[in-house]
Design a protein around this ligand. Structure first.
Ligand SMILES: *[C@@H]1O[C@H](CO)[C@@H](O)[C@H](O)[C@H]1NC(C)=O
Ligand SMILES: *[C@@H]1O[C@H](CO)[C@@H](O)[C@H](O)[C@H]1NC(C)=O
Ligand SMILES: *[C@@H]1O[C@H](CO)[C@@H](O)[C@H](O)[C@H]1NC(C)=O
Ligand SMILES: *[C@@H]1O[C@H](CO)[C@@H](O)[C@H](O)[C@H]1NC(C)=O
Ligand SMILES: *[C@@H]1O[C@H](CO)[C@@H](O)[C@H](O)[C@H]1NC(C)=O
Length: 250
């Protein structure tokens, strides 16, 4: 191959790589998504038109703090939407993440009336049900508490090598709550249970509380999220750091 050809090849490779990077960057970074499969809409239905309008307006409703909320339509054809950016994301990035996630989520859930997704920088959900229901925190805590109590018992009853438990429970809407609890194995069953109980009593979501949280003490650990953050098929603790959910507010 001549030197010129090699240089051209190199140049084209470079352009190709830049193109791939650009395309990749345009995709919002998906962490977790759920499409609610029990209710679908059909093409050109009133719901689809309302959803189109809702999602094209949603990005313009920034409260100024990265919170977005918009609804269109009436009765069972109402399309509600709600979005949130991670607290440390600037308005430009926030807007880009939301715009990209709207395109992305509708591709992922092409005919479902309700869908939600977490991206690295933003969260998006839409539904025919009211998403900002004031009873949501009560129902969330109502499901979280029994899950925590159950897992606390399992973790505390562990052995001298591992005191650890994970589980999930259905929360309000189609949210599912996942939790992981762990004690230092040298604690007794009672010490473990008390340490976790102490932590459990501090969590839960209030009027505008967090969905998801993490408490780390030297002797016990507790984390819950509304997406699976631990390996379901292993007893080992997760390697993954806390997600953006630590800063999600209702
Ligand atoms: C809705 O559509 C999805 C595929 O897009 C399908 O898997 C699901 O079964 C449908 N649900 C109903 C209730 O028809
Ligand atoms: C959602 O938006 C509506 C206006 O479209 C507003 O009245 C309402 O207060 C908003 N809800 C929240 C929780 O911000
Ligand atoms: C996102 O979309 C809205 C309208 O839907 C537009 O006003 C805004 O400029 C877009 N933001 C970015 C960063 O593309
Ligand atoms: C939820 O927990 C049950 C056991 O209670 C388990 O069988 C199931 O795999 C879990 N589901 C998810 C989605 O993690
Ligand atoms: C989950 O655990 C199983 C069994 O230990 C392992 O084979 C698998 O690679 C793990 N998955 C992840 C994502 O860590």
């Amino acid at each position: 191959m001549s030197i010129l050809n090699e240089k051209l090849l190199f140049l084209f490779s470079l352009i190709y790589i830049c193109l791939i990077i650009t395309i990749t960057l345009a995709q919002p970074n998906l962490v977790y998504k759920r499409c609610k499969n029990t209710e679908n809409y059909t093409i050109n239905s009133a719901y689809q038109r309302n959803l189109d309008t809702t999602l094209s307006t949603l990005p313009t409703t920034n409260s100024g703090l990265g919170f977005f909320n918009f609804s269109t339509g009436e009765g069972s054809n109402t399309a509600n939407s709600f979005a949130l950016c991670r607290g440390d994301v600037n308005p430009d990035e926030c807007s880009r993440c939301l715009n990209d996630s709207i395109v992305n989520l509708r591709k992922l859930c092409p005919n479902q009336k309700e869908a939600m997704a977490f991206y690295h920088k933003c969260f998006l959900q839409y539904s025919n049900n009211n998403l900002l229901n004031s009873r949501y925190p009560d129902r969330f805590n109502g499901a979280l508490r029994p899950l925590m109590d159950e897992l606390r018992g399992v973790a505390a009853a562990g052995d001298q090598l591992l005191k650890f438990a994970t589980g999930n429970r259905t929360g309000p809407g189609f949210v599912r709550i996942y939790a992981l609890l762990q004690c230092s194995p040298y604690l007794t069953e009672q010490q473990c249970s008390e340490c976790l109980e102490d932590e459990v009593s501090k969590i839960g979501i209030h009027g505008n509380g967090k969905i998801g949280g993490k408490i780390v003490l030297a002797t016990c650990y507790l984390r819950f999220e509304i997406y699976p953050f631990f390996n379901q098929s292993t007893r080992a603790a997760p390697q993954q750091p806390a997600g953006m959910i630590d800063s999600i507010f209702l």
